[in-house]
Design a binder for this molecule. Structure first.
Ligand SMILES: Nc1ncnc2c1ncn2[C@@H]1O[C@H](COP(=O)(O)OP(=O)(O)OP(=O)(O)O)[C@@H](O)[C@H]1O
Ligand SMILES: [Mg+2]
Length: 269
């Protein structure tokens, strides 16, 4: 049900982020990055390809904690995998401070994102700007190359399924800026490529985490392809309707307009 987050003061030091100012990307420091993968020393990191299956969407009104939850979830999934590539999109450099323990780098183009991801593979790399599509395309290309690498040079025609590889976590903070996700709750206008992307996530070794304020402004197809929806405060009748369509039972729907900041209802769909 609803899960109020403890106030900042109760957070343990290990969940606090090292640094996250936009200037990070301009002046990379040489401090080792902070990571606590849950695996033994010497063990190969990664998840078997085909078993990384997460398409999760946080929906709700402005300022009620979607981005904060997406960041916490990114950290959780990172730990589940024992380390992951973390890339994202946000219209502006504004992920809430303290919501992830990873260092955030904001990039204005994919070239810079790719370069810095190679350099700091354990940090969170975020594309900022008007369009989220390039970072989704990049994640797709990265997923394919990870699969090729998992197979190895002499087995290029083999099956990547089941081979261990470090997975990707893709966080799109504002799905409205993703042309492929647009449409309306009542008419599935989302473009074919994005739908194909969503259904291929497991094969691309990508976990998708998306945030959206208005559940009516993204195609219902996206919600129907999600594995989990995080519902934050919602008051608009039509938005509530599309959450009902996504599978939220009546008693939980009634709670949505009353949720406070940081409270959410989790639905596995
Ligand atoms: N569980 C929580 N407990 C206390 N404060 C929280 C919690 N979750 C979020 N907040 C605070 O609420 C504010 C808004 O959070 P956040 O930016 O995550 O919301 P949002 O839904 O993503 O908003 P927007 O739609 O405008 O992007 C932030 O200042 C954040 O620190
Ligand atoms: Mg937000």
């Amino acid at each position: 049900m609803s899960n109020p987050r403890p106030p900042q003061s109760q957070k343990s030091a290990s969940t606090m982020k090292a640094a996250s100012s936009p200037s990070d990307s301009k002046t990379p420091t040489h401090f080792p990055t902070v990571s606590t993968p849950q695996r033994q020393f010497g063990e190969t990191p990664g998840i078997p390809i085909g078993e990384w299956n997460h398409a999760e969407i946080a929906i709700g009104k402005r300022g009620y904690g979607k981005s904060t939850r997406l960041m916490e979830r990114m950290d959780e999934l990172n730990d589940e995998a024992g380390g992951a590539y973390k890339i994202g999109y946000s219209p502006e450099p504004r992920f809430p401070a303290g919501s992830t323990r990873f260092r955030i780098h904001y990039h204005e183009d994919i070239k810079s994102l790719e370069r810095q991801l190679r350099r700091y593979p354990d940090d969170f790399h975020v594309l900022v700007g008007a369009e989220a599509d390039p970072v989704v395309r990049f994640a797709e290309a990265l997923g394919k190359s990870l699969k090729r690498k998992a197979l190895g040079y002499w087995n290029r025609r083999g099956m990547a399924l089941g081979k261990k590889a470090v997975p990707i976590i893709l966080v799109v903070d504002e799905m409205m800026m993703l042309s492929g996700a647009r449409g309306s709750a009542s008419g599935g206008n989302s473009t074919v490529w994005f739908r194909q992307f969503l259904i291929s996530l497991r094969h691309l070794h990508i976990a998708f985490l998306g945030g959206i304020q208005d559940s009516n402004s993204v195609s219902y197809v996206n919600a129907s392809l999600a594995t989990r929806i995080w519902c934050f405060r919602t008051t608009h009748e039509w938005a509530l309707n599309s959450m009902r369509a996504a599978g939220l039972p009546k008693e939980k729907l009634e709670l949505l307009p009353k949720l406070a900041v940081g409270e959410y209802i989790e639905v596995d769909v």
